[in-house]
Design a binder for this molecule. Structure first.
Ligand SMILES: [Zn+2]
Length: 179
């Protein structure tokens, strides 16, 4: 969205910006761990103990689970997360690596079915210098993209507030998750 002339700050660049006011809570530090350990309030260690509905868990595998991002870059933003509290991709065992990859593929299929996603940004930020918000616990982002990023909002959003939207998105994806 273009800013009005006269109030522009900074230099124009080529980055696409998504309108995500719900990320403000994240930027303000809500739900951030207090240290690098599993016992330091790591949300990725705490989520599996919650119900699917409360934790926004879409599916649970043997080694990894898939969860909706509470602070999405785009609606339908999923994360594939190992249950083990490991920071670095090289720390994953063979079976964990395979299941993380397999669930990433299923996430793509589910998002295409649910919302006709046209593209994806998939990947991991390794280390806080690379932009990892919770660097101590590995997580693979699966962010669906649409041309112009028309997304779930017009499909299920309308005027609903974000928690309702996330709950409906979670159920939609859980119901059609490939087995
Ligand atoms: Zn953890």
């Amino acid at each position: 969205m273009a800013e009005p002339a006269g109030v522009r700050v900074g230099v124009a660049d080529e980055l696409e910006r998504l309108w995500t006011p719900h990320r403000m809570a994240y930027i303000q530090g809500e739900n951030k761990p207090t240290g690098p350990g599993a016992g330091d309030g790591c949300p990725f260690c705490a989520i599996p103990a919650e119900s699917d509905e409360v934790g926004l868990v879409v599916t649970r595998g043997e080694y990894v689970y898939v969860v909706l991002n509470l602070y999405p870059y785009n609606s339908g933003h999923l994360m594939v997360v190992p249950y083990r509290h490991v920071a670095d991709y090289t720390e994953l065992g063979a079976a964990e690596t395979v299941e993380l990859a397999e669930q990433t593929k299923r996430a793509m299929t589910a998002l295409r079915t649910a919302s006709a996603a046209q593209g994806f940004n998939i990947g991991m930020n390794q280390g806080s210098v690379a932009g990892a918000g919770i660097a101590a616990h590995l997580h693979q982002h699966v962010v669906p993209r649409w041309g112009g990023d028309v997304n779930f909002m017009p499909v299920v959003g309308h005027t609903k507030v974000l928690p309702q939207l996330l709950a409906e998105t979670r159920k939609m994806l859980a119901d059609l998750w490939p087995s």
